[in-house]
Design a protein around this ligand. Sequence first.
Ligand SMILES: Cc1ncc(COP(=O)(O)O)c(C=O)c1O
Length: 447
Amino acid sequence: MRFAVVFDYFCAPAAAPDEALHRPTWAEISLDAVSANTRLIRSLAAPAEVMAVVKADAYGHGAVEVARTALASGATWLGVAALEEAVELRRAGISAPVLVLSAATPAQAETLVREDVTAAVFDLEVARALAAAGRRLGRPARAHLKVDTGMGRLGVPADRRGLELALEAARLEGLNLEGVYSHFASADEPDLSFARRQAELFDRFVNEAGRAGLSFSWRHLANSAGLLNLPQARHNLVRVGLCLYGLYPSPHVDRRQAVLTPAMAWKTRLVYVKRVPAGTPVSYGGDYVTDHAMPVGTLPVGYADGYRRALKGRGRVLIRGRSCPVLGRVCMDHIMVGLDEVPDAAVGDEAVLLGRQGAAEVTAEELAEACQTINYEIVAAVGRRMPRVFVRDGRPAALRSILGTVSLGPSGSSGPSGSSGPSGGSGSSGLSGPSEPGPASEGGGRR
Ligand SMILES: Cc1ncc(COP(=O)(O)O)c(C=O)c1O
């Protein structure tokens, strides 16, 4: 029950309880937006299927919850970067196909096979270890061949040498080389000539493999930008991350094809307000000094939560629908904001770091530009310490914090579960853990 009270604290300042377990700072993740975005992507990509890329905790949005929602909304595959991310999904009861996009190591072979997780293969040592694990465990290891068509990161060369390695791997007993893929380096740029060349190289490689007797059930190349900019590169699977979260990879994609809804909002509340005279230094180093008497507010969020130090002097938050500038340096756990625009602001007022408040909005792109980075990094950097409130059907459905995950369904909430995934709740949110038939087991079962 305590979590429900904490949630009230988030949503209704009047209900602030004594026994709150968290700072009043949280990320709201709209699973409704993830669902709508997935459906749009699915219809745009069709007949190709959709791999929901949920690596890095679903770009900060919560891997298990996003994975379940995406699978229930038309995605059939999941993509992660690390084996432990795949295991996190399995432990949450998700049985859909999962591809680890990054390099596997021989030491991981047995876990990959046992967990029925698909590995990227571009190296014979790993292929042999997977095949051996497949023979030992009595079921073939699943693998997708990674081909480097110009990203210069991972993969066999897209030529004769790469093909020979693929043919050798395909002959290994205990290994099922069921897919082939490559990755775009610049499908989000105004000049698509390099991306087109990558797409051609990939086609040529796949065709030559076919002529050599090697065919793949799954062929995939397009990321979000590839999906939007290069329809010829959809093959029979697209690997989409950023667009699932309602963001666009760059200004150089045609947004009219899919009008997406951002899934993350990031909020906090004023925990301290004071009036200071002109000449008052604010924050570490004292390099910001007020030049007039003004109200200053303190917000409990900092760079350890992903609110970047680069936002000093550049960031703004929304309070009572107005812009309030970040004053002085961003601390590990706090920022200070100028309240000239909202002189009546008071402790408990909501401050929006990312997202909408009334008609005003701070976008991930605005924050990215201020930090000289990309929107991917802004959302992915929102830290583990930040509680996530998952919203489904317009209502809070679950809360995940460092204390665990708890369902906030209408039939009541339970205490925190272990940190490995939702459990124990009895709400009707579909987020209540592996023992209940969630969307994943309905829509994502592999076999
Ligand atoms: C191999 C691979 N495929 C697909 C994606 C998804 O990319 P995006 O988020 O741009 O859709 C990524 C993300 O970086 C990736 O590394």
